[in-house]
Design a protein around this ligand. Structure first.
Ligand SMILES: [Zn+2]
Length: 53
């Protein structure tokens, strides 16, 4: 399953939610180009993001 990483337009925090849990602003889909499939740390980054959400 492919995770959709979203990013808060206000504080820039990454989340999986449509609304930022940090400031309550709407989030938008993070640009796919920012997440390189060749990045060996991608999964760790996503896990860290999800854990904080
Ligand atoms: Zn925010």
């Amino acid at each position: 399953m492919k995770a959709k990483i979203r990013r808060c337009i206000k504080c820039g925090r990454y989340t999986m939610k449509e609304i930022c849990l940090n400031c309550g602003e709407k989030t938008k889909i993070a640009h796919p180009a920012k997440f390189s499939p060749d990045d060996p740390y991608l999964n760790l980054k996503i896990k860290a993001i999800v854990k904080r959400s």
